[in-house]
Write a protein that binds this ligand. Sequence first.
Ligand SMILES: [Zn+2]
Length: 251
Amino acid sequence: MSISTAGLALACFAAGLVLLPMLRIGGIAIGHAVVRPRLRRRLAEASRGSLVLTYDDGPSTRMQTAIVELLRTRGATATFYLLESRAEGQRERVDELVRDGHEIATHSFGHLDAYRVAAKTACADLCNGLAVCAAAGRRAQRFRPPCGRVTVATYLAARNLGLSFDLWTHDSGDTFSTCPSVEEVVRAVDSAGGGVVLLHSHDRETNRADAEAHTLAVTAALLDLAAQRGFAVRRMCDLAEAAASRGTRRP
Ligand SMILES: [Zn+2]
């Protein structure tokens, strides 16, 4: 029995309808359950003895000024994962970060959640972000996926573009509906012997002054902790360099 060309095309179409969603769901499942824990473990090992402050979603108007001033007075530098749709129109704020010695990395263009959009849409969001970097004469070397979502497609896309794929070890909780206590965050970093902390540098609604205050209070308290415990305050690029010089795997 021979299969007609039309029949074959129909069979391929039907297989695609079944296979593509399966590949997508499989890619999310493997990214979340296998790749993500491995990345976090590696990051926890690499950041022992260090404090890395990371700020997502900027540049912002109100928050960035307060954060930068605080870091400046404490002689600390951090890594800022910029949302390129915001960076596009705020070049002077990006320049301010560079002038102060902070590391600039990318957080995509439009902050699309890779678990909620098609793989090609999430990858396109990453590429669109890189296009904004390139247009501004910046070369991003690190990528933090929006919401910390890890899928096989976005992970491979970032790696193929030569970017490191950065998560965090501790969440400051500054985007939670109720922020945890500052002491709770400090205790967690202390008991882990250091870590990479997720904070945010974006202007929130005026009724979230508590969250903005929390970002600043956690920053100050963690810098106090680092001074007490002798943790090196590093940017993500410094952490990668330190790992390379020790001959251990880069986070
Ligand atoms: Zn974000």
